[in-house]
Design a binder for this molecule. Structure first.
Ligand code: COA
Length: 707
C-alpha cells in the first residue's frame, strides 16, 4: 500500500512545514533549520499564519496559500489544530505526511478518537502518513538531502537505513553512529504507526538500492505474520539487524501446561527472528557492532578464523568468544606455518592465535596478517592490538587496513582501549574497517557475519499441506465445547490427532479391570495403565501412570493399586486407559500455545517430565516450511541424542519433521485451540515413526476473549 506514498515522504520535491516556528528551540523551528542546514534540494514552504518568513524562507499563512504542489507535509502544530491542518493538506493534494505532533493514541481517551479521525482523513484523501507522535524522516541521498527531523546532529551519509519505534532512541542512535563512523541512507521514526508500519518500510527498503543494511529498533511487530513473510524476502537481499525490546515478558504468564510455561512473547519473537534470518542484537551497542561489521560488505565463506595480536590476553578472550559463537580457529597450511616461522620474533607464538608480543614490529604485524589472509584455511581474521608506547597507532591502523584491502576476507579489529575519538580508530573506520573496543565484540560481530552468510545459503524449504480429516477433527471440538468443556479427554485427543495423521499410541478406555485385561491382550504386552479424570493434570506426579506392564497378573495388581492411589488422594476418575507401551524410544515434546500477539506458536524439544527445568526447546511460528521443521529439531541441544550417541540407533527424524508440519496445519486450522502438549512423544528408530503417548489439548471457552 505504502510504496507510492513512501516515495513522496522520502524523496519529496517540496515540503510544507505546518507549524514552522520563528522561535529557536521549538520543534517547528528546528525542522526548518535542519532542512536548510542539510541543503534540502527541493522547495521548502513554512506554514505559519503569524509570520511572513521563518529562518529567511518565505512563509505562507496556510497550505492552501502555497502556489505550487506539495509532496510532503510535516505536521508540527499542537494536537488540537492537527486535524484541520491535515484536512487542508488533503484538499491541497499533498501525498505524504509526517505527523510529529503528539497527543493521539499514546495518551488514550480523546487521543484514540483523534488518531482514528487522522487515519480517516489520510484514507479519504489518499495520503500516506508516518506517525503521529514521531521524530521525522531523513534521506541523505545527495539528490534529496532531506533531514526532516528535529535531531540535533545530522547523520553521515552511508548505506545503513534505520527504522525505529522510539524517536528518542532513534536520535541517540544517529548521534552515536556518527561517532562510530557509521553512515545512513534513510531514517524513519515510526511513532504510533497509525498507518505506515515497520513492515511497510522493511518492504520498501528491501528494494531500495541506497540501503545496503537495514537496522531496526522494534518494540512490537504489529502484524507478526506479515513481518515473517516480508522479512523472509528482504533478508535474502540484504542484512536486517534488529533490537527487540521486551525480553522480560518471557515466562510472565502463569499456565498449567509445559508449552505455556516455556512460552512467552519473547520466545515467539525469537522464533520470528530465526525463521526470517533477521539478526537479533541483544543490546543497542551490539546493533552498532553488527552494523559496522556488515558495512565491510564482505562475508566469510566459512567459520575458520585467524586471530593476530600483540598481547596474549585479549587474543584468548577473542578465541573464547569465537568458540562460544560456533566459530573455530583455522589450522594454517604448512606453507603459512613455514613462512611465519621464518621471520618470527624471538618470543612470539606463531600458532593460531598468533601472539607477536609487544616486541613485534609493524612489519611483523603486516607480514602475519598478509600470511594468514592468503591462507586458504582462513575465512576471516580478527586483528587485536594493544597499542604499545613506542608505536604510532595510526601507523598500525594503516598497516592493517592496507593489508586487509588486498584480500576479500573480513578483517575485524580490536583496538584495545581505543574509542571512537582516538586517531587510530578513525584511521580504521574511515577506511572501512570495523574496530571494537573489546575483543569479544569483534568476535560476536564476526559471528553475526558468519550466521548471515550461512543464512543466505540455507534452503528455505517449502510448505506442505497434508490430506487430513478436518471435518472429523472439527466435530470433536464442537462436541467438547457443546458440553461446556475446554479439555479433550484422552480418547478424544487421540482421535483428534489421528484425524491429522499424527501418530499416537493405540489406546482404549476401560471401565473396569476385567475390560482392561481384555484390551491389554488385544493391544499386546507391554502396556501402560493411566487413570483418566478431570483432576489429573500432571499425571506422573499424581501417580496416575504405570508403565511397562508385562503380563496380566501385573496388570490386575497395578490396576488395583492405581484405583487405591486415586482414592486416597480423593481424585475421582472416569476409568482406566490401557495403552501400548514403547520402551525403547527417546522422549520429545511437541506443543503449541496461542500468544495474544503472535497467534499460535510451536515448541519442540526434549520431552518428559523435566521439560520446564531443562528448557531444551526450539520454537516455530506457523506456517512452517519443511526446512523450518527440520531446523526446529536440529536446534535443540540434545539433538545428538536423536541422531544416536554411544551406539544407539538414530531416531526417525523425518517422521518427527512431518509430525511438526501436520501439527502446524492442525493449529492453524482451529483457532479454538488454546494449548496443546504432546508430551512425551516417543521417537522410534529410523523408519518406525513416533508415537504421541500423552496429549493435553485445551480449548478457549467460546465466550471468553481469545488470548
Ligand atoms: N497552522 C500553521 N502554523 C500554526 C498553526 C496552524 N494552524 N497554529 C499555530 N501555528 C504556529 C504557531 O504560531 C507557532 O509558531 P510561532 O512559534 O512562530 O508562533 C508554531 O506553529 C508552533 O505552534 P505552537 O503552538 O508554538 O506549538 P509548539 O511548538 O509548542 O508545539 C508540537 C507543537 C507539535 C511540537 C507539540 O504539540 C507536540 O506535539 N510536541 C510533542 C512532539 C513529540 O514529542 N513527538 C514525538 C517525538 S518522538
Amino acid at each position: 500500500m505504502a510504496g507510492d506514498g513512501l516515495d513522496a515522504i522520502f524523496s519529496p520535491a517540496s515540503i510544507a512545514i505546518v507549524g514552522a516556528s520563528r522561535h529557536i528551540g521549538k520543534i517547528g523551528y528546528e525542522i526548518v533549520k535542519n532542512l536548510l542546514a542539510n541543503g534540502y534540494r527541493g522547495s521548502i514552504y513554512p506554514i505559519n499564519p503569524k509570520t511572513d518568513e521563518v529562518l529567511g524562507v518565505k512563509a505562507y499563512p496556510s497550505v492552501a496559500a502555497v502556489p505550487g504542489p506539495i509532496d510532503l507535509a510535516v505536521i508540527v502544530v499542537p494536537a488540537a489544530y492537527a486535524l484541520p491542518a491535515v484536512e487542508e493538506c488533503g484538499k491541497k493534494g499533498v501525498r505524504g505526511l509526517v505527523v510529529i505532533t503528539a497527543g493521539f493514541r499514546e495518551i488514550g481517551g480523546a487521543g484514540l478518537e483523534r488518531e482514528r479521525e487522522l487515519l480517516g482523513l489520510c484514507k479519504a484523501y489518499g495520503m500516506t502518513m508516518i506517525g503521529p507522535n514521531c521524530m521525522g524522516v531523513i534521506n541523505t541521498h545527495p539528490d534529496v538531502a532531506m533531514d526532516a527531523t528535529f535531531a540535533p546532529t545530522p547523520p553521515l551519509r552511508g548505506h545503513v537505513s534505520l527504522v525505529t519505534q522510539s524517536g528518542a532512541l532513534g536520535v541517540a542512535i544517529l548521534e552515536h553512529a556518527k561517532s562510530l563512523g557509521i553512515g545512513f541512507a534513510k531514517f524513519c521514526s515510526l511513532g504510533n504507526k497509525a498507518q505506515v508500519s515497520l513492515n511497510d518500510l522493511l518492504q520498501a527498503w528491501g528494494d531500495d538500492p541506497e540501503t545496503k543494511i537495514i537496522v531496526a529498533y522494534i518494540e512490537n511487530f504489529g502484524n507478526p505474520k506479515n513481518f515473517v513473510r516480508i522479512a523472509r524476502e528482504v533478508t535474502k537481499k540484504k542484512p536486517v539487524i534488529a533490537v527487540k525490546a521486551g525480553r522480560s515478558e518471557a515466562g510472565g504468564r502463569a499456565t498449567a501446561s509445559h508449552t505455556g510455561s516455556l512460552g512467552g512473547s519473547d520466545l515467539a519473537a525469537e522464533a520470528v527472528f530465526n525463521q526470517t534470518g533477521v539478526l537479533r542484537a541483544n543490546a543497542i551497542e551490539e546493533l552498532f557492532d553488527y552494523a559496522s561489521a556488515f558495512s565491510l560488505g564482505t562475508l566469510p565463506k566459512g567459520n575458520r578464523v585467524a586471530v593476530i595480536s600483540d598481547a596474549g590476553g585479549p587474543a584468548i578472550m577473542a578465541v573464547d568468544e569465537l568458540s562460544a559463537q560456533g566459530l573455530i580457529l583455522s589450522e594454517f597450511t604448512q606453507a603459512t606455518k613455514a613462512s611465519l616461522k621464518s621471520w618470527a620474533p624471538p618470543d612470539a607464538s606463531m600458532a593460531n592465535p598468533i601472539d607477536l608480543t609487544p616486541e613485534g614490529s609493524l612489519e611483523d604485524y603486516r607480514r602475519a596478517l598478509a600470511a594468514v589472509l592468503e591462507d586458504e584455511n582462513v575465512d576471516a581474521a580478527i586483528a587485536v592490538y594493544v597499542p604499545p608506547v613506542r608505536t604510532d597507532e595510526v601507523e598500525w591502523a594503516r598497516v592493517v587496513w592496507t593489508t586487509a584491502q588486498k584480500h576479500k576476507k573480513p578483517v575485524l579489529c580490536n583496538f584495545l582501549g581505543r574509542t571512537e575519538d582516538s586517531p587510530g580508530f578513525l584511521e580504521l573506520v574511515s577506511h572501512g574497517l570495523p574496530s571494537y573496543l573489546y575483543p569479544e565484540s569483534a568476535a560476536r560481530s564476526l559471528a553475526a557475519l558468519y550466521r548471515y552468510a550461512q543464512y543466505l545459503k540455507r534452503d528455505e524449504g517449502r510448505t506442505r499441506t497434508f490430506e487430513v480429516s478436518r471435518a472429523r477433527a472439527g466435530t470433536i471440538l464442537d462436541t467438547v465445547l457443546g458440553e461446556s468443556r475446554t479439555r479433550l479427554t484422552e480418547i478424544e485427543s487421540v482421535e483428534f490427532l489421528e484425524a491429522y495423521g499424527i501418530q499416537t499410541a493405540r489406546a482404549r478406555m476401560c471401565k473396569d479391570i476385567d475390560e482392561a485385561a481384555v484390551v491389554a491382550r488385544q493391544l499386546g504386552y507391554p502396556v501402560v495403565l493411566k487413570a483418566v479424570g478431570r483432576q489429573l493434570v500432571h499425571k506422573t506426579e499424581q501417580g496416575a501412570v504405570v508403565l511397562d506392564i508385562r503380563d496380566e497378573r501385573a496388570l490386575r495388581l497395578e490396576a488395583m493399586r492405581l484405583h487405591h492411589r486415586m482414592e486416597t488422594q480423593g481424585i475421582a476418575i472416569d476409568g482406566i486407559l490401557v495403552q501400548e507401551h514403547f520402551s525403547r524410544g527417546k522422549e520429545v515434546i511437541l506443543g503449541m500455545t496461542r500468544d495474544h500477539v503472535y497467534g499460535p506458536f510451536l515448541v519442540f524439544g526434549l520431552g518428559g517430565i523435566y521439560v520446564e527445568y531443562l528448557k531444551d526447546v526450539s520454537f516455530g511460528l506457523p506456517p512452517l516450511t519443511d526446512q523450518d521443521a527440520y531446523r526446529m529439531i536440529r536446534a535443540i541441544r540434545t539433538y545428538p541424542l536423536l541422531t544416536g550417541v554411544r551406539g544407539e540407533p538414530p531416531r526417525d527424524i523425518d517422521a518427527l519433521a512431518e509430525a511438526i508440519l501436520r501439527f502446524a496445519q492442525l493449529v492453524l486450522d482451529f483457532d479454538q485451540i488454546q494449548e496443546i502438549d504432546l508430551n512425551p512423544i516417543i521417537a522410534l528408530e529410523e523408519g518406525k515413526g513416533y508415537r504421541a503417548v500423552d496429549a493435553r489439548i485445551i480449548l478457549t471457552p467460546p465466550d471468553s476473549e481469545r488470548t
